[in-house]
Design a protein. Sequence first.
Length: 604
Amino acid sequence: MKNIIKHNEKIEKYHFGGKANSLLKLVNNDITVPKFFILTSNAYQEFLDFNNIDIYTSNDEMKKKIECADFPSNLIEEVNRMWDQYQFTKVAVRSSATNEDGKEKSFAGQYESFLNVEKDDLMHAIKNCWKSLYEDNVVSYNDNGYSVSMNIIIQDMIAAEYAGVAFSLDPTMNSKNYSVIEAVEGLGEQLVSGSVTPSYFMVRRQTSRCDSSLGNVKLSDQWIAKLESCVLNIEKIFGVPVDIEWCIAKKHIYIVQTRPITAFNFHKIPYKKVISREKSLIEIEIYYQGEYEGIKSLTRDLYYFNPLFIYDREKDIVNIYYNDTNLEEEPSNIYYYMDLDLDKIKRMYEKVLDSCKYLNQVVDTDKNFKYKVFIENMLIIYPFTSLGNLAGRFENISPEIKSLLIDFRNHYDYILYKADEYLLMKAKNHLPEEYKEDLKYLLIHEIFDNQLPSKNIVEERKKGYIYFNGQFEWMEEYNEWLEKNNITIEMEQGQNVVKGNVAYSGVAKGKVCQVFKKEDFEKFKEGDILVTTMTTPKFTPILKSAAAIVTDEGGITCHAAIIARELKVPCIVGCKNATSMLRDGMFVEVNADSGIVNIMDGNY
């Protein structure tokens, strides 16, 4: 194998380590990447042979031997020739070991990388990358010991105006509709290291529009759309969700690195109870189709909640829960897309008025009732009732949409309630005498198509049921169902809490142990809750034995977040006050489903 591989060489088989393989694949698929060349593992072996270094000596001995060894003159000449050919001024020197950036482990931050390296320092930076093969944290992280194969990327150093990380799928939300972009001003290394909390952009994959942002960095809608297009293109090239490092300079987007998202995890969907009502199965069916399906049809298949209905047998009411804390359910998104489709909405509103006229006429005259046609017209007007109720709560609605919805609410809203009562009356009259008292527990088609279930089945339904995603399930206890469907019912939190961003979900209880430096490792015990400002690769020996990880700094792409997902350890990052609130010896519950740390009872 050659010592040098150029960035634009056509390669049939990639065997240069995760980072280098990904960069070559990007270039071969016409993705803009800063120019680079690869110093292959063959060059490393030549270096070892030239100096008679035996790789099976101790780690410390290997590092000393590499530091003191000389480069073969031909290797120095090849590297210098490539520097001059590419006209580099400064470069990034990145490790690309054969076991790095894989689908199971990313080796995030384990091997050394160096930025802003000038020509005079290049060979020393290469040595330091090789030496990182033998660091204790690498051996600890790699269960099978260290890798003996190291490729090195020497890449043009881009003077970035903005830089960051992007996930093609958000690894912390239970949604496949969003990508995540995190951004800082200047170089992106400060983001990955966790030294700076980045600005955060939730981007809807279907539209490449930012639905929500947090932080001081302001990326324009145009840059966000271009980044999202690039992210989705790379995901298509690799065939899996990807984690990319990017930068913007001189009106161009450069992709610096790509890897599969390791240990991809959707955390539990939080639901909150919104209302409790006495509702029949008929009303629940229409409610779901009218609001959830109806609003989706008005807004390009976007929606602001997916309701969950749980029957409370003791109180004989239905509790309705919304996942309205999820960005996917933010009502302002609905109005945004309604504005874009204003002409379509106006045409739809004409149909709504026709449906109102029809329903009023049938109810008032009690003639020409056909249940399917009647329900179809109810479903046409249902989403306008819901959207009209929401319109008054949001200021960012266009005057056209707002006036239309308020007009409906003021003049036609009552018709839906009339229609609902009329439909229930018709349903009851349609039933045989022995079923009239069971109306609340019967479905629309069962009643009007004469497909009534047995009385035994009706009695089972009275014990309890759930309605979700257009399906009824009959059961007395709900905990197992909630677990199976990855749903958690949120309760009100007390005051003694620390809040942050979920990096990997789960719940853990234990004793707080604050760790800031290597000397603190001795006091850390297996099963402790690791609390720190931010983890680094040096923390690897204790991360494996932590019950949970809580940090002051960082976003969902920082070191602590990446490693927590791989180790499947509950992790909350960016809490800001974790180290000041959570003191050594406290007993806490880390709820990384909701992003909250509860202080239980003082000391452990």
